[in-house]
Design a protein around this ligand. Sequence first.
Ligand code: ADP
Ligand code: MG
Length: 729
Amino acid sequence: MLDLSTPVQYTKGIGPRLAEVLAGKGIHTVADLLHYLPFRYEDRLNPRGIAELRPGEMATVIAEVRTSGLFRTRRMPIFQMTAAQGRARLKCLWFNGTYLRDRFKPGQMVALYGKVEEDRRSGELQIMQPQFEILDEGSEDNGGDAAEQKLAESLEVGRIVPIYESAGQGRLTARWFRGIIRSALENMPPDRRDPIPAAVRSRMGLIAPNEALWKVHWPDAGESFTDLQAARTPGHLRLIFEELFFVELGLEFKRRQMKAQTGVAFTLNDRAREAIKKILPFHPTNAQKRVLKEIAGDMQKPYPMRRLLQGDVGSGKTIVAFEAAIIALENGYQVALMAPTEILAQQHYFNARRILENAGYRIVLLTGSLEQDRKREIRRHISHGNAHLVIGTHALLEQTVEFAKIGLVIVDEQHRFGVMQRLKLMRKTSEEKAANASSEEPSPSPEPDVLVMTATPIPRTLALTLYGDLDLSVLDELPPGRTPIVTRRVSDERSDEVWEFLRKQVAAGHQAYVVYPVIQENEERELKAALKMYRDLSNVVFADLKVGLLHGRMEGNRKEEVMRRFQSGELNILVATTVIEVGVDVSNATVMVIEHAERFGLSQLHQLRGRIGRGGAKSFCILMTGGKVSEEGERRLDAMVRTNDGFQIAELDLELRGPGEFFGTRQAGLPSFLIANLIRDRQILEAAKREAAAVLEGPNQEISQPEIDRALQHMHARWQNMYGLVEVG
Ligand code: ADP
Ligand code: MG
């Protein structure tokens, strides 16, 4: 019998070298191997007759090799093989197929899979680049043992056959995986206890774990082929639920552990209420009121807040953050506000001073570009408690900043921080706490509250997995008086018209951004670049206007200077790179021109567009394209023209790029699921979340303590294996 946690290296047929190849696929243990599911299936129980094939369909055909050979065209070598069933013939072609030269021998049986086409000239049926498997080829890995060979054969035909993604540059073939997984299945402990509590299992109608594994790898003859391909068989549903359930259990567990810690129970007294009312420069929207209530509610609790505030660009998150800050400040605690860029930190600093300084709070700005001496001085103020509200970039995170009495940490535009950085922040605060606890101090300082803000409108179900350990608030209403932004797409051949339009807007007293994908031309030849276009625009096209330049390689105080001049209205036009993507807020700016718009990601375009439409005046986003636009590029531009809704944009972006790219967390250690697909399996995710919460509610009539213990134990084991990076507890 195999132990599921055994490293694959110790199973028969896998040595250290193959184990390394498997590790590259995320397969470390026997359990991982068993969860390496087929990415599709071939119906070799009812393979198609060649005579009945129709052009356009995907088909599996089992036929006999007749002839094969390589011929050269002017453009490339093509390998051709003809397979037959009696008289019926099927031509198979592989471009650049030199590698197939000695692969097929007449008389061999082959399984072929691909899209059937009609050869336009001869009218014959053919499949281009079919996937294939030679069926009566000895299984090389097993050394040709007769009995084993017979088994191997029976796994290839006369049934629905699982097709696995090959590994190790094709060294580990689908056939190899079939054999190795089959033998692992046969050696599974038969009476494995289900780690999912019985009540959950029955509510969800889940089949037993071993049965599920057997059925997804080796489907019964009667299984619906459509369900198999769509991963919707009972076996698939069981395994997908299981994976998501234990992730959700882990997140929920973490959330509850956090709540078991000591935080600051802030009081929301009349003084704080008055202070909040006094700073508000306008009537808050209903959404802002609701969200503040949720935050204030958390802050009053005796355990630490961990809340994510999600709101589309321009929904007014900043003021909500300031309100939360006041609650902490009025209670005599310090507040840290962190932004992803210096520009944004500076903007928050100016706003905070404008809005909060009258109330007597001392506000400091701490960024990486400050002189050493100045930084040291500011840090001293922070550690002595003389600075109340500390605003900075993540320099705050990286350097050791000691707070005298930190009560609230606000992280703005979180999507720019990696997920791991978010964890680091949380960890840092708990480490500080641990450090304090071990020192002579009588009582450890309480864990500060944390408010994370993001403008990436993450579809709710995804937010549940990514931020499942956070509570979620959503600002789903824009401040009043905004007119929707008009978005147009034009070819850059019409740039003269665009510049003319800009000129008119400036004449009407407004300001404009012009954004480029790169700073300098030599980065990518064919792209217009910010530096050069700045010269053209400021010296020639808009010689009579004030044009500024802003990009990421400028020094901190020069950036600040340019931003200030744009903010004050002194500059009419700002030529920039995506440094202005997040957060920058100049309500008089009504035009956003993006050159080479086809080069930007969808969420990025939406963020950039979010820089305008912030005042009452009608705003215009002009997407200029230069050069060929890919099909995906077309879809992005279409979406931008069609909708202003951040949630719709996010959905589409997620679909186009997949979760890893979408969140930019591929490197940052976002767990990648073995089986579940966050887009396909949203509903299962919701259910998993709900059931995980139910389990952690504690024992009751439905769920017993031993069952809970077993689930938690499994969760710990699974998380260690699957998501080495994510710490539990
Ligand atoms: P974001 O959510 O993108 O960070 P901001 O906090 O920068 O948005 O707010 C965008 C603009 O809307 C700012 O100019 C801000 O002053 C303004 N604003 C925010 N809330 C309101 C409100 N309730 N009424 C009117 N204007 C508001
Ligand atoms: Mg903001």
